[in-house]
Ligand binder design. Structure first.
Ligand code: GLC
Length: 676
């Protein structure tokens, strides 16, 4: 080997030399194109000064990470901003920003960065369990969350999504998604110092904190928007403002409506600016103009600042909408993936412990792009919500027929092995019936009719329905009716309790456990919405809170019921039965290597219309999961299981051997088996 290229020789060089050194350049030439290399060199000019206060080894680490990931950054930003004359200066400011926050990063977090460099697949591990809540509904305030850490730890939660953490506007605020200050904790919940302490205490217990980063819009009361309203041209460029309706009308021709009932249309006239403002969601949420690189820099600074407080996962909210293009639905545009790749890379360089989770509730072919396809392969985000798995669960549960689910999920493209699906059965949002017409056609269903059936089933209108949901956002133009409801209320527990029917209660419990087993056994990162482990019902009194009254999604964001938590070990109570079953599932998951998200999950088509079967592949052998979506006992021929690679019919959930009778196994109502 040529000694000039030897890694040992390079590591002995002084830190300040590293980027500029010929040996370094040569060694990294496979990572960087010539144009990226030139751009990096010009962007690194004043790095020495910015990093000067750090130990040489610390400086060197930053430079190594910058060189390692710079091409991804460049490739993300060039297509979006590359035509600008100030592109190199922009990259220079970005590199300075990353270096500045790297310098400020607390040592404890720098150690975590190193740990994650060594274990970049941490969020894929089978031991991962996510838990999600509104702080106000769980504990009232951030400091009170501390009182319940033992409960979270008992469940094995190691990923905690805290909602509505940053300051949002007073009054209606879309459940906190109308942010007025991205860097300040909501004064009703506590302080930044309390958030920092909570993150640190949780980290000590092995729990990573996730919060939202609302990328598509800010509140009309955010200082940027207020400045725009006051006529400041710099800040007017942060938004999409139009003097008349010509362009808004042209865009509207192909734009859908997200909240057709309470916010029809996508533009709002602002009296102060005397302009039409792009407002995809509510009139008080102003869409940010990502074609302006200042927005990119602003958001990166916010992200790095929050990461330095101890946030380990960013849920990137409503990312599908970040780029607008005339003549399209202005969702999932190529630039979205460029920008997300660049944001992801900024975290990798300056705060490598941080992971990104994409919130994109879009069709399967688009959804997969949030992990990165083609030139973005594996570079866009680490985690994305598996919306289709969620929708198909509810579809099969209502129809007792799994053929649509099997078909739709088998058609899913393969994912890169560096990512994890966020598997969930419901979240703080409503459920929209994202069933593709061609999937429905292929199993003999009519798409629109099936979606209508699902709405009326879960609204409890359909004869014989067990569900007690509510309609959210009836769209007259499309006929769409989305659904609100907690897991337990949608799965029949509310009705069964009201009717005092113990048999129906038993069935509802089995349905809820089926849901937990499905999302925990899919080889992703399961995200449990607070209270679903105990069967919390819909909060019918949500409208007594003035700020919630206008948004019926609060029906399924009930306050935590700490009496039920206290009953959780009492197997004679409903919550005790649910919690016991839930714990068996999560404890088994933790010991099941096949459920690491890195390995492939295949959908098995057994031809059985009531069972859903998957195979989680692993070098140790296949884990087959079989779920009965009906209230009747079903039998499954074992051959497809053996064909899938299962050698022994041992159910890990009950730790029992499964009997085979006439080449078939028995599945009681709503049974779930994890066979390996
Ligand atoms: C995301 C949030 C949802 C919010 C929307 C607009 O989808 O989950 O609650 O209404 O973004 O910010």
């Amino acid at each position: 080997m040529n000694t000039e290229q030897s890694p040992r020789l390079v590591s002995r060089q002084s830190a300040s030399d590293t980027i500029k050194g010929a040996a370094f350049r040569q060694r990294n030439s496979h990572l960087l194109t010539a144009s990226a290399q030139t751009c990096l060199e010009s962007a690194s000019v004043s790095l020495e000064q910015t990093l000067a206060s750090l130990q040489p080894r610390d400086q060197q680490l930053f430079r190594l990470r910058l060189a390692r990931w710079f091409q991804n950054l460049y490739d993300g930003l060039w297509p979006v901003y590359g035509q600008r004359a100030d592109f190199n200066a922009f990259i220079g400011r970005l590199v300075q920003l990353m270096a500045t926050y790297y310098v400020k990063r607390p040592d404890e977090l720098k150690t975590l960065d190193l740990e994650r460099d060594l274990e970049p697949d941490w969020f894929q591990h089978e031991s991962m369990l996510g838990y999600v809540f509104y702080v106000e509904q769980f504990a009232g305030r951030l400091d009170k969350v501390q009182d319940h850490l033992d409960y979270l730890q008992e469940m094995g939660v190691n990923y905690l999504h805290l909602m509505k953490v940053m300051q949002s506007r007073d009054g209606e605020n879309d459940g906190g998604y109308a942010v007025t200050d991205y860097r300040q904790v909501d004064s009703a919940l506590g302080t930044n110092a309390e958030l920092q302490t909570l993150c640190s205490d949780l980290r000590e217990r092995g729990v990573s904190v996730c919060i939202d980063l609302v990328l598509n819009h800010c509140a009309r009361e955010h200082p940027w928007a207020l400045a725009a309203q006051a006529g400041d041209e710099h800040y007017q460029q942060y938004f999409y403002l139009f003097e008349d309706r010509t362009l808004p009308d042209a865009y509207e021709r192909t734009l859908p409506e997200v909240f057709p009932e309470f916010a029809p249309g996508n533009f709002t006239y602002d009296e102060n600016c005397r302009r039409w403002v792009w407002t995809t969601f509510n009139h008080f949420q102003w869409d940010l103009n990502w074609s302006n690189p200042e927005i990119f820099l602003e958001i990166v600074e916010i992200m790095l600042d929050l990461a330095n407080l101890g946030i380990e996962v960013f849920r990137l909210d409503a990312v599908a909408f970040m780029w607008k293009r005339l003549g399209t639905d202005s969702q999932n545009q190529e630039e979205v993936f460029d920008l997300m790749q660049a944001l992801r890379t900024c975290s990798r360089i300056a705060t490598p412990a941080v992971a990104h989770k994409a919130e994109a509730i879009v069709a399967p072919d688009d959804l997969i792009r949030y992990f990165g396809v083609g030139r973005h392969h594996g570079k866009v985000s680490n985690i994305a919500y598996h919306n289709s798995l969620m929708v198909q669960f509810w579809s099969s549960l209502a129809s007792r027929d799994t053929r649509l689910m099997t078909r739709a999920l088998s058609e899913f493209p393969r994912t890169p092995n560096s990512i994890a699906w966020g598997t969930y059965i419901r979240c703080h949002d409503d459920i929209g019936w994202a069933v593709a017409d061609d999937d429905a056609d292929s199993v003999g269903l009519n798409g629109p009719a099936h979606r209508q059936f699902l709405s009326s089933f879960y609204a409890g209108e359909f004869t014989g329905s067990f569900a007690r949901g509510g309609i959210f956002q009836f769209n007259e133009a499309t006929g769409d009716r989305r659904i609100n409801g907690t897991l337990a209320s949608l799965a029949g527990l509310e009705q069964a309790i009201e009717w005092g029917n113990t048999e129906l209660i038993d069935l509802a419990i089995e349905r809820i456990l089926l849901a937990h087993a499905l999302i925990c056994g899919f080889g992703g990162l399961p995200l449990i919405y607070m209270g679903d482990e105990l069967g919390l019902l819909n909060d019918r009194a949500y409208d007594r809170v003035a700020d919630h009254a206008n948004d019926s999604r609060w029906m399924h964001r009930p306050p935590m019921d700490w009496d039920r938590v206290a009953n959780r070990h009492d197997a004679t109570t409903i919550e005790g039965r649910l919690y016991g079953g839930f714990m068996r599932i999560v404890q088994t998951r933790r010991k099941t290597a096949q459920l690491n998200a890195r390995y492939d999950t295949d959908i098995l088509n057994t031809g059985h219309p009531h069972l859903f079967t998957i195979a989680n592949r692993h070098p140790l052998g296949t884990l087959a999961c079989v779920y009965n979506f009906s209230e009747h006992t079903q039998w499954l021929n074992v051959q497809p299981l053996y064909d899938s690679g299962v050698v022994e019919l041992f159910d890990r959930l009950t730790a029992q051997e499964i009997n085979v009778t006439d080449d078939a196994i028995e599945l009681p109502p709503y049974a779930r088996l994890w066979l390996s």
